[in-house]
Design a protein around this ligand. Sequence first.
Ligand SMILES: Nc1ncnc2c1ncn2[C@@H]1O[C@H](COP(=O)(O)OP(=O)(O)O)[C@@H](O)[C@H]1O
Ligand SMILES: Cc1ncc(COP(=O)(O)O)c(N)n1
Length: 271
Amino acid sequence: MRNVKGALSIAGTDPSGGAGIQADLKTFQELEVYGMSVITSVVAQNTLGVKGIRHLEASFIKEQLESVTNDMPVHAVKTGMIANSEMIEAIAEHLRPLTLPLCVDPVMIAQSGDALVDHKALQAMRDELLPLATIVTPNIPEAAALTGRSLESEEDRYDAAKRIVHDFGSSSVVIKGGHLDGEATDLFYDGDTFKTFTSPRFDTLHTHGTGCTYAAAITAELAKGKSLNEAVSVAKTFISAAIEHTLEIGHGQGPTNHWAYQNTKRKGEYV
Ligand SMILES: Nc1ncnc2c1ncn2[C@@H]1O[C@H](COP(=O)(O)OP(=O)(O)O)[C@@H](O)[C@H]1O
Ligand SMILES: Cc1ncc(COP(=O)(O)O)c(N)n1
């Protein structure tokens, strides 16, 4: 078998292609990692919002997981939208013995404001999934929901990062700064040191799937054996290019540009 690195996304779908499984597979491919996917929920959504959701049974999610991990080269895993505690428990039970690098993107609501998971899932996320996470990637509202505290100040963000690592057991966390004002600054903490990753804030409405894409880029880099610091650094560059060179498609909050990173790297500038 050739030295192929593989990444598995366990998430919901987005038929408009900008978020969920679809965004993850595009991101894995752009970072030259073989992408695989297990679907948790089928979502009818686009750049204007969520119209409907059909959840798959936890037992069938387990069957999908077994199909992939019993046969294919999985070097890192990402979890995205997981709608209820039964799914979370089944996924955690399968992942626990595999001890693979795991990026947990604690998806709760879509950019449109539509809820994607039920409230019981939050406790299961804390109890079952966060202790397995190599890194967890909440945005500001998700970090507030996980810690049960509001994140108004910079100090609140530092405290939330410490709580997620020291109380919930994740090896590291990056609290994403998309919901802040000013520069787009993400706060990384690995239980020992803090590090910020900053980019200019691009003035655009089209940020559908930014969190998914960012977490998928981290997962792809972990699959290649990169360190957490290197993985987050590449993901930041990847998502910044994807937002800056927006495609301006869809009638609402459009998707990011998943090929902007490679295009810019190959040509020195985006062409
Ligand atoms: N307008 C923007 N300009 C530049 N970077 C952004 C912008 N919005 C979000 N980001 C970056 O995109 C990544 C995803 O963050 P965020 O949008 O907060 O996640 P989510 O989609 O989960 O809400 C982070 O690195 C964040 O800093
Ligand atoms: C299946 C699925 N997963 C996640 C999101 C959140 O996307 P965003 O990154 O815009 O918050 C979404 N809209 N749909």
